[in-house]
Design a protein around this ligand. Structure first.
Ligand SMILES: Nc1nc2c(ncn2[C@@H]2O[C@H](COP(=O)(O)OP(=O)(O)OP(=O)(O)O)[C@@H](O)[C@H]2O)c(=O)[nH]1
Ligand SMILES: [Mg+2]
Length: 309
């Protein structure tokens, strides 16, 4: 027999679970003009600069207000293209108020060269607000290309370490304690420090948001695919328990809504996780010109299936 108290706690648990499932993750991308913010944001969402859903890049005009870019397959995750702190001409605390910092879970501060005073001040202010931030040093491919052409004995690892140390020392001089700097090229996210950035963000997020992050990470390496598989696995158990709970505790009004929204959510997550969003399916059905692998990303899919089975 179910006591009244049990019903109450079951009801609040179901409500909490539904809230968590719909609690979005907001990532802010900031930095000076032209450092590669929009290109990074597009690459992170798995689309290239030419895609119709891409944030505009390489344009002379700079973003003057925060622009949201929801992940194409996981709308619970939104990346925000923020105006560069230098372009707004206001101090870091006012800048954060202007961009409505409260709504962001974490900040990524991008620079294509040395981090400047503005970047350091912004980081200090974000820290004061109790939020996380990461420094991204973009366009590393260009640095490596130059080093390769100019150094007699070119050593990629050594060059990367020099750039990393240089950025860290520069930020420390400007008062940022133990800064975390990740070197990357948005044209080759699987190289350099992007995998380490993924791992760090994942570790530092609260658990229900961590799953969202894992599901949107570009499938650039086997370990990401493995993590996605684990999220799906744990979700199967989680939804099964939740669904059983909904069936066992009939709460007028809530049960049917909860059950159908759980089922819809599970299906949506699976289709999204496998890259089977509406757009891809539409493309497949119209794919008379392009090959199937162009549409689906054959290597990615077969790796995913292999890992899941
Ligand atoms: N080689 C290389 N070029 C890059 C990289 N990221 C961006 N770019 C180029 O740098 C230029 C500026 O990139 P955007 O992404 O538009 O830079 P942004 O920071 O959004 O610029 P604003 O919106 O004007 O502030 C473009 O021509 C990009 O193609 C990278 O990782 N490597
Ligand atoms: Mg931009």
């Amino acid at each position: 027999m179910m006591e009244n108290n049990d019903t109450d706690s079951a009801e609040s648990m179901i409500k909490k679970c539904l809230e968590d499932m719909n609690n979005p993750l907001h990532i802010a991308v900031t930095g000076r003009s032209g450092v590669g913010k929009s290109t990074f944001l597009n690459a992170f969402r798995g689309i290239d600069n030419k895609d119709e859903r891409a944030a505009p890049t390489g344009v002379v005009e700079t973003t003057m207000k925060p622009e949201p870019y929801p992940h194409p397959r996981h709308p619970n995750v939104t990346l925000w293209d923020l105006p560069g702190i230098g372009t707004t001409n206001c101090p870091a605390d006012q800048y954060l108020k202007y961009v409505e910092f409260e709504k962001f879970d974490l900040f990524i501060i991008v620079s294509a060269g040395h981090f400047r005073e503005h970047d350091a001040m912004l980081a200090q202010e974000i820290k004061k607000m109790g939020k996380k931030f990461y420094f991204v040093r973009s366009k590393i491919d260009q640095n490596l290309h130059h080093a390769q052409r100019s150094q007699r004995e070119y050593d990629e690892e050594k060059t990367l370490q020099e750039i990393r140390d240089n950025c860290i020392q520069g930020l420390e001089k400007q008062g940022v304690e133990s800064p975390q700097v990740f070197l990357l090229s948005s044209f080759d996210l699987h190289l350099y420090d992007f995998p380490a950035l993924q791992d760090t963000m994942e570790r530092e997020l609260p658990s229900h948001k961590r799953d969202f992050l894992i599901l949107v990470l570009p499938n650039i390496c086997k370990s990401t695919i493995h993590k996605k598989k684990e999220v799906f696995r744990s979700r199967i158990k989680y939804y099964a328990i939740l669904s059983a709970l909904v069936a066992a505790v009939p709460i007028p009004g809530l049960s049917i809504a909860a059950d159908s929204s759980i089922v819809a959510k599970v299906l949506q997550d699976y289709l999204n996780g496998l890259g089977l969003d509406e757009k891809s399916l539409e493309k497949i059905s119209n794919a008379t010109k392009g090959s199937f692998s162009d549409v689906m990303g054959r290597d990615e899919m077969s790796l995913f299936w292999k890992e899941c089975n």
